[in-house]
Design a protein around this ligand. Structure first.
Ligand code: CP
Ligand code: NVA
Length: 312
């Protein structure tokens, strides 16, 4: 049941039943799209898109998704709106709430998103922050279900940097029954920001997560190996240092050979080929990476419909 305006700032804003609804709905929307069945529940609605970082998948899928649902998407880059010249988050939020029906924001600090949402009277969607990437992980769960019979009991191993995608994978895993192992260098621990969100989902957790340092140990028995870039947007000054530190965490054919045959390979993209993942693995028959990219469209349409449609 939807009550008042809802935000999607992390997956913890949803219940497990709502995640289930979004996954099922996204599969149906995908089917309708493939069958050429038009579905336009957002006729007359407008989505604002405030992006402070580059994007291919998130930007294009939100814009195309709004169009396919009968609405309009308005791309607002930082350079083109007064937010980039110092207008406050709170003022921008209150003004845009008067014009738009929802807003998706890609930014640095999660606290800016939370401030925007607290002042907004319209749903606010996290299109990636330094801390979380909920739309990515929701669509990843949809992709997993296209290859496995469900999420419950899936063994996923994430190898690499403990970042925004990792944080969202941990929350999603706990909510939906996945056993997640994170393999990353010594010293990478659960942040206070993640702990705060974990507290919201741990009580009803169906899945588990653990963190370890040995990637070869971590992939034993895995159904899925997932990785992401070692240098996230905004961390460019750490490039050389991180590259050396993460070298043992490359997803390559040797690591894949330590996992069960047929292990699925996932990456949210963009990939830095031959850094965190070798091209032979990315392009291998085990890779479901481009399905992940496609499903961003279908899942986000389900999110837009869930947050904005009067009826659907
Ligand atoms: N995975 C993802 O969010 O890609 P973009 O940065 O291209 O949006
Ligand atoms: N961790 C990456 C994800 C990109 C989709 C980043 O934040 O740059």
């Amino acid at each position: 049941m939807k009550m008042g305006k809802r935000d999607l700032l992390t997956i913890a804003n949803l219940t497990a039943d709502e995640v289930r609804h979004l996954l099922d709905r996204a599969k149906l929307l995908k089917q309708w799209r493939l069958q050429g069945i038009a579905h336009k529940p957002l006729d007359g609605k407008t989505l604002g898109m405030i992006f402070h970082k580059p994007s291919t998948r998130t930007r294009v899928t939100f814009e195309v998704g709004m169009y396919q649902l009968g609405g309009l998407a308005l791309f607002l880059s930082e350079k083109e709106i007064q937010l980039g010249r110092g207008e406050t988050v709170a003022d921008t939020s209150q003004v845009l709430s008067r014009y738009l029906d929802s807003v998706v924001i890609r930014t640095y600090k999660q606290s800016d998103l939370e401030e925007f949402a607290s002042k907004a009277t319209i749903p606010v969607i996290n299109g990636l922050s330094d801390s979380f990437h909920p739309c990515q992980v929701l669509s990843d769960m949809m992709t997993i279900e296209e290859y496995f019979s469900g999420l419950d009991g899936i063994k996923m191993t994430y190898v690499g940097d403990f970042n925004n995608v990792t944080n969202s994978l941990i929350l999603g895993a706990l909510m939906m029954g996945i056993s997640l192992t994170v393999a990353c260098p010594e010293g990478y621990v659960v942040s206070d920001e993640l702990k705060e969100k974990l507290a919201l989902v741990e009580k009803n957790a169906k899945g588990t997560y653990k963190v370890m340092t040995d990637p070869f140990e971590a992939v034993k028995g895995a159904d899925i190996i997932y990785t992401d870039v070692w240098v996230s947007m905004g961390q460019e000054d750490q490039h050389d240092e991180k590259l050396k530190y993460f070298a043992p965490y490359q997803v390559n054919s040797k690591l894949v050979a330590s996992a069960p045959e047929g292990v699925k390979i996932m990456h949210c993209l963009p990939a830095h080929r031959d850094e965190e993942i070798t091209s032979d693995v990315l392009d291998s028959a085990n890779s479901i990476i481009f399905d992940q990219a496609e499903n961003r469209l279908h899942l986000q349409k389900a999110v837009l419909e869930f947050l904005m449609a009067e009826t659907f």
